[in-house]
Design a protein around this ligand. Structure first.
Ligand code: NAG
Ligand code: NAG
Ligand code: NAG
Ligand code: NAG
Length: 391
C-alpha cells in the first residue's frame, strides 16, 4: 500500500524527487565517457550520413551481456530488456562506488523547421549573411521557427517507432525528459511523446533547459520565446529553476563562440547528472547542440539529420575539480545589409554595395562556418543543409 501511495504521489507531483543531488559531485568535476560496444553509432564503421534509427532498433547491437545468465536463463527476453537489466547492474552498489553513475541518453534532433527550409531555399552563405538575421521573408517566418509539415512528419515517425518499440521490443520507457526551449524542440518532444500511454511513474513531463538550446548565433531562429509563451503552448512542461521570462542569452549583434558553446554543453550535462538520479533520459535538442553534447560525452562525431535520434550509454565519474580555462564568450558577426547578390557555396555571399558606394563595388562576407569548423567533426555537405548554426 505504501509503495502504491508513493507511485501515485510521484505521478501527481514528480517534482517531489527534485531535491536529489549527487552529493559526491559537489565541489568536484564530472568526466563523461560514452561506453562503446552497445550501439552501432559509436562504431567507426557506421556511416552517419543517411543513417536512420528507425531501421536498426535505434542502433542497439544484438549481443549478449554478462547479466543474461541470471536475468534471462530461459532466453525469452528481448534485447532491450536484457540491456536494461545490464545497465541496472552497472548502477548497482556492488559494481560501482558512489562516484560513478551510468545513464542512457537518447538525444533527438527536432524535425525540420522553417529555418531549415529557408537555408535550403536561399543557400547556406546567403542564409548566414543575410536571411537568417531577418524574422522571415513574408511567406515563411523562422524567428523561433515552427516545424514544417515535413518536420511534423519526422516527429510522428519517431512517435510511431517509440510506440512500436515499447509494444513489441519491451524497450524501457524514459524516466526523465529534457528539451531545448526553442519551439522546434518543445513541439518535436510533444509530437513524439505526448500521446504515448506511459506508466504512471514515468510521466512525460519534460524539463526545459537553456543549456540544450542551439548555438546562439545572431540568427533569429536561435532567439527563444518567453517562458509565458512556452507555458501557454505546453502547460505541463517544467522549467529549470533559473529559467527567465525573457531571453537574456541571445544577442542580435554577436554570436556565442564555439568555446563557450562547448563549455555550455558540458555544463548542462554536469547539471543533469548532478540533479537527476534517473537512468533513462530523453533530450530533444539541435544539430549543433547534440554535436557539442556528443563531444562532451567523448563520443565520436555523429551528425544527425532533422528528426534523427542517437542513444548513448554514458559513464559519469566524479574527479578532482578541474578548472575551466578562460574563453571568449562572444564574437562579432558580419552580415550584409541587404539581400546578397549571390550565394557561393563553400565561400560566402556577395553583398550589394552600401547605399553610399558606387554600384559596382561588392564585398564578400565569408560564411560563419569558415571560422568555427576546424575542430569539429565532418563538415555538412551541400546536399545536407546544416542546422542554422553552422559548423
Ligand atoms: C538485430 O537483429 C534484428 C533481427 O533479429 C534486426 O532487425 C536488427 O536490425 C539487428 N540490429 C542490428 C543493430 O544489427
Ligand atoms: C520564403 O522562404 C521559404 C522557405 O522557407 C520559401 O519557400 C518561400 O518561397 C520564400 N518566400 C519568398 C517570397 O521568397
Ligand atoms: C501536442 O501533441 C498532441 C498529441 O500529438 C497534439 O494533439 C497537440 O496538438 C500537440 N500540441 C501542440 C501545441 O503542438
Ligand atoms: C553588442 O551589444 C552589446 C549590448 O547591447 C554590447 O555590450 C556589445 O559591445 C555589442 N557588441 C558589438 C560587437 O557591437
Amino acid at each position: 500500500m505504501k509503495a502504491f501511495d508513493l507511485v501515485t504521489l510521484l505521478a501527481v507531483a514528480p517534482a517531489a524527487v527534485a531535491g536529489w543531488t549527487w552529493s559526491e559531485a559537489k565541489g568536484k568535476s564530472i568526466t563523461f565517457t560514452s561506453v562503446p560496444g552497445f550501439f552501432v553509432q559509436d562504431d567507426a564503421a557506421t556511416d552517419p550520413s543517411g543513417f536512420d534509427y528507425a531501421t536498426v532498433n535505434f542502433g542497439l547491437i544484438n549481443r549478449t551481456y554478462p547479466t543474461d545468465k541470471r536475468f534471462d536463463a530461459a532466453g525469452k527476453k528481448t534485447q532491450w530488456q536484457r540491456f536494461e537489466a545490464y545497465v541496472k547492474s552497472l548502477n548497482s552498489r556492488c559494481h560501482k562506488g558512489p562516484n560513478v553513475q551510468y545513464k542512457v541518453l537518447f538525444m533527438g534532433r527536432h524535425g525540420e523547421g522553417w529555418h531549415n527550409a529557408a537555408e535550403s531555399f536561399y543557400g547556406t552563405p546567403a542564409w548566414n549573411c543575410y536571411w537568417a538575421e531577418r524574422e522571415g521573408n513574408g511567406t515563411a517566418k523562422w524567428a523561433d521557427a515552427l516545424l514544417t509539415p515535413a518536420g511534423e512528419r519526422e516527429a510522428y515517425k519517431a512517435n510511431a517507432y517509440f510506440k512500436d518499440r515499447y509494444a513489441t521490443q519491451k524497450m524501457p520507457y524514459f524516466e526523465s525528459y529534457y528539451a531545448s526551449p526553442l519551439s522546434r524542440c518543445t513541439i518535436t518532444a510533444n509530437l513524439t511523446f505526448a500521446d504515448i500511454d506511459v506508466p504512471a511513474d514515468r510521466p512525460f513531463l519534460p524539463t526545459v533547459k537553456e543549456g540544450f538550446r542551439e548555438g546562439m548565433t545572431v540568427h533569429t531562429c536561435n532567439r527563444r520565446s518567453s517562458k509565458t509563451y512556452i507555458s501557454s503552448m505546453f502547460p505541463t512542461y517544467r522549467f529549470e529553476p533559473a529559467f527567465t521570462e525573457t531571453d537574456h542569452l541571445w544577442r542580435a549583434n554577436e554570436s556565442e563562440t564555439d568555446a563557450a558553446f562547448a563549455v555550455r554543453a558540458k555544463a548542462v550535462l554536469d547539471d543533469v547528472f548532478a540533479s537527476d538520479p534517473k537512468t533513462w533520459l530523453s533530450i530533444t535538442a539541435h544539430s549543433g547542440a547534440i554535436t557539442r553534447l556528443l563531444a562532451a560525452l567523448n563520443h565520436r562525431p555523429f551528425r544527425l539529420a532533422t528528426g534523427q535520434i542517437i542513444p548513448v550509454l554514458v559513464k559519469a565519474e566524479v574527479v578532482d575539480l578541474q578548472p575551466t580555462p578562460a574563453f571568449e564568450a562572444h564574437e562579432p558577426y558580419s552580415t550584409c545589409d541587404a539581400p546578397p547578390l549571390a550565394s557561393v557555396a563553400g565561400q560566402g555571399c556577395v553583398c550589394p554595395t552600401m547605399t553610399m558606394m558606387t554600384s559596382t563595388a561588392t564585398t564578400v562576407v565569408p560564411t560563419a562556418t569558415a571560422t568555427t569548423t576546424t575542430s569539429e567533426g565532418p563538415e555538412p555537405t551541400e546536399s545536407e543543409p546544416a542546422e542554422c548554426v553552422e559548423e
